[in-house]
Design a protein around this ligand. Sequence first.
Ligand SMILES: NC(=O)c1ccc[n+]([C@@H]2O[C@H](COP(=O)([O-])OP(=O)(O)OC[C@H]3O[C@@H](n4cnc5c(N)ncnc54)[C@H](OP(=O)(O)O)[C@@H]3O)[C@@H](O)[C@H]2O)c1
Length: 233
Amino acid sequence: MSSNPSPTALIVGASRGLGLTMAEEYAKRGWHVIATVRGTGKTALHELAQRSEGRIEIESVDIANADEITSLRQRLQSRKFDLLFVNAGVANDPEETAGAVSTDEFVRVMVTNALSPMRVIEQFESLVSSTGTIGVMSSGLGSVADNESGGWDVYRGSKAALNTMMRSFAARQAGNSRPLVIIAPGWVRTDMGGPNAALDVHESIRGVVDTITSCAGKPGLRYLDYRGHTIRW
Ligand SMILES: NC(=O)c1ccc[n+]([C@@H]2O[C@H](COP(=O)([O-])OP(=O)(O)OC[C@H]3O[C@@H](n4cnc5c(N)ncnc54)[C@H](OP(=O)(O)O)[C@@H]3O)[C@@H](O)[C@H]2O)c1
């Protein structure tokens, strides 16, 4: 048995798209991955886990359900993570302005994209090793400074809210040695990004994982794109 076990990642929201490919990429790089889906149905992650020779374990959580986050925390309480990454997110119709969006839809996007990732991070933070990394999947659309074209009003607002809450979390972590990272993956061909997006999912995720890896040993919060470039807040 190896005296130097594989590093372990918890990737939340990995049934498909960017999260699924992230689980695949970390497993390929020798990590042990616990990756989550919603519910009990079979997903592409289940097929990937079957081929992974035990490198990928599957857990279940709907992050918009606070009780499910608490249950997952209890199930994983004896584990230690070198990376906690919350990828899960949803989009709404990009044309819906504040005047047009229903309250229910606004709440769905905000709760899923801003409140829930922070709940996961606050509940799981103590399971991340003292030098481990905590990250979230945001978007370039979450940049307030770069918003000169408008559109995607509600989705942008949700990712900007996520970024701001990560800043508050980081401020509370000052003096701590953990790297904290907010990632913008680029415009990627997934169910959310659509077929006309600029990037293949593997190209984006290779860059995302390289970027997260490059943050190792660098405490503090960074807002970076998949090429490792800093994004303006
Ligand atoms: N694609 C892009 O161009 C792009 C650009 C910038 C940022 N992003 C961000 O990247 C992340 C992944 O996007 P994607 O393109 O891979 O989207 P996607 O193909 O629609 O996949 C979204 C993932 O999030 C999960 N999810 C959604 N709501 C959840 C919840 N309440 N609890 C747990 N899991 C939940 C989904 O699970 P189910 O299968 O159960 O629905 C799925 O695994 C999102 O945060 C998104 O905002 C994407």
